[in-house]
Design a protein around this ligand. Structure first.
Ligand code: FES
Ligand SMILES: [Zn+2]
Length: 144
């Protein structure tokens, strides 16, 4: 209908556990939050300090799942989310989807060895291992 100011939504998700969603409508940012007490508390503190729009939140420095989800939401909201692997399947030997590897990393698999143990990615030819390493580094907030 020629809406010049469409609603925009950004989401960070840990499947079955945590959902963090920001919706911008007519200049107002609303948050939707489903998840653990740690996430609720961390988001509450950010809102009290920086307001409701994740665009102006400080990036969390930690490496817990709540830090990773909040960082994802902030970067998506700023238009700076640049996930380092774009294809849907990351491990073609074991047929492992990228989202499976990513969710394992958010859950706590912070080395390629643990990712392999949890997902079976990189357990055959090993070609995909550098991409797994890139996602780990990105999720942990390490640059390049
Ligand atoms: S592509 Fe992942 S082990 Fe071969
Ligand atoms: Zn949680």
């Amino acid at each position: 209908m020629g809406n010049m100011n469409p609603t925009q939504t950004w989401t960070a998700l840990l499947h079955g556990r945590d959902l963090l969603e920001a919706t911008l409508e007519n200049g107002t940012c609303r948050l939707r939050l489903i998840g653990c007490e740690a996430l609720l508390q961390q988001v509450r503190a950010l809102r009290e300090r920086h307001g409701d729009d994740p665009q102006s939140w400080a990036l969390p420095a930690g490496s817990g799942h709540t830090d990773m989800l909040i960082r994802e939401l902030i970067l998506k909201r700023r238009g700076e989310w640049d996930f380092p692997y774009k294809d849907a399947e990351i491990c073609h030997c074991r047929l492992v989807a990228t989202v499976i590897v990513d969710q394992a990393i958010v859950t706590g698999a912070h080395t390629p060895e643990v990712v392999s143990r949890w997902t079976s990615a990189s357990t055959s030819c090993g070609t995909c291992r550098p991409d797994v390493e890139k996602i780990i580094a990105y999720r942990l907030g390490k640059t390049s």
